[in-house]
Write a protein that binds this ligand. Sequence first.
Ligand code: GLA
Length: 395
Amino acid sequence: MRLNFKLIPRLISKVTSKRSFKFVFLFLLILSPLAVAVAQPSITKAPFGKTADGPSVEIYTLRNRHGMEARITNYGGIVVSLTAPDRDRKFADVVLGYSSLDDYMNPPFPYFGAIIGRYGNRIAKGRFTLNGVEYKLAVNNGENHLHGGVRGFDKVVWTAEETKSAAGPALSLTYLSKDGEEGYPGNLRVRVVYTLTNNNELKIDYTASTDKDTVTNLTHHSYFNLAGEGNGDILDHRVVLKASRFVPTDAGSIPTGELKNVTGTPFDFLSAHAIGERINQDDQQLKFGNGYDHTWVINGRAGILRQAASVYEPTTGRVMEVWTTEPGVQFYTGNFLDGSRPGKSGKAYPRRSGLCLETQHYPDSPNRPNFPTTTLRKGATYRSTTIYRFSARRS
Ligand code: GLA
């Protein structure tokens, strides 16, 4: 359609006449929610600071069609904020985090929103044997190795690349973990792609390859509070874990080797339970974990994307589903948070004010031949996908 420019002055005078002005105003008012609903997906970049050894760090803002927003930095691949709508379509930031890079770099860092690797969770005594060779890893959790060691993937600067996929805006992060880093064999090339899909999902695709046999177990460590970060504890959140068995541990959170049936235990989340309902029961496993801090064995076939969990927050109606190809999920109820350092909006993060659902292989798998293997052979490709899907319901 061609615009007749001669008509423009007439149009302007019409619009500025009182009645038409009212009409145009009303029309725009009706359209405004629709404008949000069909907003263009986008990704933008801004500086986020500098690390001590030089590389400058960026923060990327991903926005999907429905106005949902994720802010992700290439330092540690950290999800700094993530908004999700409640039952009245009101958005709130549902992950714990800090506002500055300095806060993220300042220990102790509870892994808020970070990519965890090379090995998420614990390896007993920081040792394992592969192809007859014993490897000694950094020991950083009592006598054990946790979350990749002293400088895991949560503390390195990743190379970022912005992409737009049909599914939504995406950020691709790559990192080369050198042979011997934190004691692991092989140069490991890792790629993590975060996509904020137009179905209100944060989708994480991990791939990795190595030039020497090694072990790999990557995960993501967001602490969720579906009432909004800093809005109290998560004890009233209702959780379903699609898992008939869990991985009992010793006092140091190292698996005993057994995969235990959840029936009749406070670990049975096959139907929905409030987190606080049984967390303080007189149960040895709960005592060892200081609450829930265990791996559940997700029902169904590992390697196939299936639902692992769902979480519902009754006051806002927010729901988060977790889907994954991994065999297990670590459900951690923020038992070690102590409120000592305020979060990004100045509110404290006391004990149990966030929950983690870290999809992964079972802890200490390199020393447990009966667990699904975490060995990555030279020439093979590690692949893993996890989706955090957000929605809301009335009750
Ligand atoms: C994991 C572990 C917990 C704890 C947190 C970080 O989820 O299982 O024991 O170390 O990370 O504080």
